[in-house]
Write a protein that binds this ligand. Structure first.
Ligand SMILES: [Zn+2]
Length: 389
């Protein structure tokens, strides 16, 4: 007991931990002007987890200097529970914040700061829950996982899936869900379609190959495919029950009296669980190729980013049942994507559940309700008891 207190006392309390994490910028962004290293956050977590007896492994994300994942393991065994969060935040708009985004500010029973809710706030709460178990022999390991670049490329989680780490049985991702268990989300794909033809004077169509006309037909095909998918796939757990395809932006041509030589369309696709992203891309390509040939256009079709696969854990999974019992809420579906598909790839039964609301994520004056702190610690302790003791 004395030993336990000593170990726990070596680590700051929830508020001090979060103050520190919020003060360390760790924005990730496809735009190099915004992109930061997450090393300071990772090193700080290691500094707290080591005195508690965790074995800490810091892994650089291949090909991404300055970006790290952390795997901290307490105990050993082939099963166990992963508590997972991402260390990065989105960029922020300074002018729209009423307080300093990097200073934890308490007001109206809330903690304000960039990342309080999405999702640096989860780490101090997970560590606080772990403190209660540091001197008990665990039957199965407790693993705290901290990832890089969730908000931009998801390359942190992707690298872990490729490395086959960590190994465990269950994983809870502490994204803001108001402490309600989430067992499914749609995938996200963003694709680029481009036709290259040849310009020429508009007075004679034979002088060129019109990319805009090809694109007109292509958009018709995409909308037809959408209708087919929406006929075939439906999941009543989602607010939008069908897969979606959004024509997002288009650029092409320069003059009414010139044959349009290039046209590019960007669109977004949100597949339901059970739909395979590669199969969808092949279906699209299968419609575009004959069309491009007919119009004698060069076709480019490629993803704008690697995409996030859809995610689903069965309703009767042990982790779903445990989280439903601890929270009193039935697991549901959400409209945002997470790192869950990559943790699933590692063989982990995965669920998303954490403090704070997604409504506050990616917003100025992001906050975490103080009323969610203790319930989060209690639920996490319940999970550790269930799956590690
Ligand atoms: Zn998040």
């Amino acid at each position: 007991m004395v030993q336990s207190t000593d170990k726990a006392n070596a680590v700051p309390g929830i508020r001090d931990m979060l103050t520190r994490l919020i003060s360390l910028p760790s924005i990730s962004s496809a735009s190099p002007d915004w992109d930061h290293s997450n090393e300071a956050v990772i090193r700080t977590l290691a500094e707290w987890l080591e005195p508690l007896g965790f074995a800490v492994d810091i892994l650089e994300v291949p090909g991404m200097p300055g970006k790290y994942n952390l795997i901290a393991t307490l105990g050993s065994g082939s099963g166990g529970l992963v508590l997972s969060g991402h260390t990065d935040t989105v960029p922020f708009d300074d002018k729209r914040w009423q307080s300093d985004p990097f200073t934890l500010t308490e007001k109206n029973d809330r903690w304000y700061g960039l990342g309080t809710c999405d999702m640096k706030g989860f780490f101090p709460l997970a560590i606080e829950a772990a403190k209660a178990f540091v001197d008990q022999p665990l039957q199965q390991p407790l693993i705290i996982l901290a990832t890089a670049d969730e908000e931009s490329s998801m390359n942190g989680a992707r690298a872990l899936a490729e490395a086959g780490k960590p190994k465990a049985r269950y994983a809870v991702i502490g994204e803001p869900t108001n402490l309600r268990p989430v067992r499914m989300h749609k995938g996200i794909m963003m694709e680029r379609l481009r036709f290259d033809g040849q310009s020429g004077h508009s007075s004679n169509p034979d002088l060129g190959r019109n990319a805009l006309e090809g694109m007109h037909e292509a958009m018709g095909e995409l909308l037809a495919l959408r209708a087919e998918w929406q006929d075939k796939y439906r999941n009543p757990n989602f607010e939008v029950q069908v897969p979606t395809l959004n024509l997002g932006c288009i650029h092409g041509g320069d003059n009414p009296n010139r044959i349009c030589a290039q046209c590019e369309l960007h669109f977004d696709l949100r597949p339901l669980p059970g739909m395979n992203m590669e199969t969808l891309r092949q279906s699209i390509l299968g419609r575009m190729q004959p069309l491009a040939e007919r119009h004698q256009l060069n076709l480019t079709f490629e993803p704008l980013f690697d995409g996030v696969p859809p995610f689903e854990t069965p309703a009767d999974a042990a982790l779903v049942k445990a989280c439903e019992k601890l929270t009193g809420h039935t697991a549901h579906a959400v409209a945002f994507a997470t790192e869950a598909p990559w943790l699933q790839k590692l063989g982990l039964e995965t669920l998303v559940m954490g403090p704070g609301s997604i409504d506050q994520a990616h917003q100025p004056d992001e906050y975490l309700e103080l009323a969610q702190l203790q319930p989060t610690v209690d639920i996490l302790k319940g999970l550790i008891k269930e799956f590690c003791l």
